[in-house]
Design a protein around this ligand. Sequence first.
Ligand SMILES: C[S@@+](CC[C@H](N)C(=O)[O-])C[C@H]1O[C@@H](n2cnc3c(N)ncnc32)[C@H](O)[C@@H]1O
Length: 293
Amino acid sequence: MSYTVIHADCFEWMACREEYSITAIVTDPPYGVKEYTESEMEKRRQKKGGIWRIPPSFDGHARNPLPRFSVINDDPCERQNVYDFFYHWAKLVIRLLVPGGHVFIASTPLLSDIVSRAMREAGFERRGEIIRTVSTLRGGDRPKGAESEFSELSVIPRGLWEPWGLYRKPLSEKTVAENLRRWKAGALRRDTNSLPFCDLIPSGKTPRLERQIAPHPSVKPQEFLRKLVYASLPFGTGTVLDPFSGSGSTLAAAEFWGYDSVGIEKDAFFFQLSQSAIPQLAKLYPQTVSLSG
Ligand SMILES: C[S@@+](CC[C@H](N)C(=O)[O-])C[C@H]1O[C@@H](n2cnc3c(N)ncnc32)[C@H](O)[C@@H]1O
């Protein structure tokens, strides 16, 4: 078995782990920090207020709760909490990564600027942003309480994409080529047809089968994660870390490619779930060879 999931707080785990032991990070953190805290998860499970809200229903179907990030975006103290969390996190991560190691980190358009500032100030180079197209029920609403009066307006765009920040730990060698020879890191693996890794990835809702195998509120699609994970190890060697591994979808993608990976998950329920979900997700769509398109 080439993956390991650890039931722990990633901050504590990373602080004890040896320097230069990780080659790449592919992760989907709690975007707004607080949505996966024990108290917010309890409110979600009890369906009692908190940051998780049921999106408006327009076609009669019941919706699953989604975190409402405008709650955080509108409050300077909350924004500072997000900055502090990611700055502290990035400082721990940069120590673990080999020079030239990449970080792929999911975010939301409302908060990605804060994460980006924290990552840069912790010492990372920003290498761009990957756009995962999605179809959410976030945004697009008419002004609250005056929906008929302003029926032709939306307060905020409907969210149709998810930003994934791409960062790199600075090289230790003079050139990318020298860094690749020494650390096996510093560049992105081209896809299986030798096309460059592209920053616009058509995606969508996680397929029902994957959500049944891994019923986590934020489970990401295998098709999308396999593209990121594949690109993250230039030679397919080294270790991919997901410090917020949830149901283990990143580790499943790594397992699909035969990459070594480690996941950290602090919630006992999601940790247990990942043990059964990873091998099942990794076995899906065995015919996938091409990453392009
Ligand atoms: C957005 S979800 C990731 C979901 C994952 N991408 C999947 O497909 O299942 C974030 C996860 O990070 C976990 N988490 C939050 N804070 C953590 C911490 N300090 N250490 C480890 N895990 C943490 C949460 O319990 C949650 O499962």
